[in-house]
Ligand binder design. Structure first.
Ligand SMILES: [Fe+2]
Ligand SMILES: [Fe+2]
Length: 184
């Protein structure tokens, strides 16, 4: 399925950002001189690329349709697990944002919460991606009828096109490159 292949590419891009986040956290741990504003770029990436584009296609299209077609995956099955993890990723992100605010206001101990939540996010997402690539996406490829796959491809292509017209993918892929360069 073309939509799934694109989602696998998005996973690779997200994983590049996970590596960047870990390197930033290492610098935070060592109390190195880093630009904490970059964490807000990371949060922007998480909210508008990982979540706003990628998770949204999973939740609104791929997993929704897969769950309708194969209900045992939806009713407390594998899809439910993925949705819970999406929610957990949002919690870690908002906790990270709160910790950054505290640090900005002079609370040095908040570095601990920056690291804890950012690393929890990277670990969650890395495992999550592994499960989707090796289980959920395979279920979709193997269990769905061809006309349903075509429908998913069509709807996802529309989302990608709309995002592309707004420059979403270009913006966030260049974020990855920019932060990779800064944290080398
Ligand atoms: Fe997901
Ligand atoms: Fe995913």
């Amino acid at each position: 399925m073309k939509a799934v292949n694109i989602m696998i590419e998005e996973h690779e891009n997200i994983r590049k950002m996970l590596k960047v986040i870990r390197r930033y956290c290492y610098r935070v741990m060592n109390d190195d001189d880093i630009d904490y504003e970059d964490f807000y770029k990371i949060i922007d990436f998480i909210r508008n690329y990982s979540d706003g584009l990628h998770h949204a296609k999973e939740e609104d299209i791929l997993f929704k349709i897969l769950g309708e077609q194969v209900p045992k995956l939806a009713n407390n099955g594998a899809i439910t697990g993925m949705l819970i993890e999406h929610d957990l990723s949002r919690l870690y992100t908002s906790n990270l944002e709160k910790a950054l605010e505290k640090y900005r206001l002079g609370n040095d101990e908040a570095r601990l919460d920056i690291i804890a939540n950012a690393i929890a996010y990277t670990d969650l997402l890395d495992r999550h991606i592994e499960k989707e690539n090796n289980a959920l996406y395979r279920f979709a490829n193997n269990l769905l009828a061809d006309d349903i796959k075509t429908e998913i491809d069509k709807r996802c292509a529309q989302v990608d096109l709309t995002a592309g017209e707004k420059g979403v993918q270009d913006k966030y892929l260049s974020f990855i490159g920019e932060l990779e360069q800064k944290i080398k």
